[in-house]
Design a protein around this ligand. Structure first.
Ligand code: VAH
Length: 315
């Protein structure tokens, strides 16, 4: 059977690259990009696009009716930093957007649903090093709370209704094609742009704040590998821990200096994102993903930095 795929939130940092990857795998016409804004990138003319607000269930229903998707990726969300500025909207979008999609996926017999969670489901009481799949979570941001609740709903729809929902707990994602969307890990993207533009950057996270991160190429590949894995291999229906590379601002700056020796990093104090970062893991134990669907990241810090700088110089 040929696939028909909806990507909701196609214009964001992940959607921009996921739509391109899915279109090359399944054909341009079989991947419908949906967002509340028209995309700026190559998705624009390469295939179908629909204006969709995932909170508008009637419009969403019309889109399900029109395309009868076999797969749906729901990427529309408010991230951690923006979420703290507007907690009610973050809860509404992240939670009701998910429930709308899960209900319509059941009603229209969608075969598979993908929904991203985040390492933000962990909180100050979680182990910091190689944070395990199962441990105390207690997230203390509205974003983390919404992701944790969303994970429970995903597992619920799987157990109760046998809906094939799959999910990954993304770390901070580093990419050059589209801008990040208001997260705590955004410094690790801004730093590359500013290093090339100004030769300096002021980080809103402190020198030694270590966080789990991943290069977008790995994240997109991993996401599609999870979606392609046989259902019987998927032992986790909440969301998988997913590891890439861990680093601090000072370690990242040292790597950038291998390419731009004069690069200077300074720090902005008292940024509210520091508290969010302090509550999150430093590294992730992703052994379930490695065992169940053979996850293996390919980009270490050196390769990621090299690729980011090369591509940003060209673009
Ligand atoms: C954020 N980039 O910073 C997101 C992510 C691990 C964090 O989910 O909010």
């Amino acid at each position: 059977m040929s696939e028909k795929i909806l990507v909701l939130g196609s214009n964001g940092q992940i959607g921009t690259e996921l739509v391109t990857a899915l279109r090359s795998a399944y054909g341009n016409d079989n991947v419908v990009a949906c967002d509340i804004r028209r995309p700026d990138y190559e998705t624009k003319n390469a295939g179908p696009f629909e204006f969709v607000n995932v909170l508008d269930k009637e419009i969403l229903k019309e889109i399900f009716q029109k395309y009868k998707p076999s797969q749906v990726y729901l990427l529309a969300a408010l991230l951690s930093a923006t979420g703290e500025q507007n907690p009610k909207l973050a809860w509404d979008l992240n939670m009701n957007g998910l429930l709308n999609v899960l209900d319509l996926a059941l009603a229209f017999k969608t075969t598979k649903v993908y929904w991203p969670s985040s390492i933000a489901v962990f909180g100050p009481n979680s182990p910091k090093e190689r944070t395990p799949q199962y441990c105390t979570m207690d997230p203390n941001t509205v974003y983390g709370i919404s992701k944790m609740a969303g994970e429970r709903w995903c597992e619920y729809y799987y157990q109760k209704y046998n809906l094939d929902v799959r999910s990954i707990r993304y770390p901070g994602l580093i990419s050059w094609k589209a801008a990040p969307g208001g997260g705590t890990t955004d410094y690790a993207i801004h730093i590359f742009h500013e290093a090339l533009k100004k030769g300096s950057y002021s980080s809103f996270l402190s020198a030694t704040t270590e966080l789990p991160m991943m290069y977008m190429d790995d994240a997109i590949r991993g996401t599609i590998e999870l979606m392609d894995a046989p259902a019987k291999e998927i032992s986790i229906r909440s969301s998988y821990n997913f590891g890439g590379v861990n680093f601090t601002p000072e370690v990242l700056a040292a790597e950038i200096r291998k390419h731009i020796p004069e690069f200077k990093l300074s720090y902005t104090e008292n940024d509210p994102r520091q508290d969010i970062a302090n509550s999150w893991p430093k590294s992730i134990d992703d052994s379930f993903a490695r065992k169940d669907w053979l996850w293996k990241p390919e980009f270490d810090l050196a390769r990621m930095t090299d690729d980011m700088l090369k591509n940003l110089k060209k673009s």
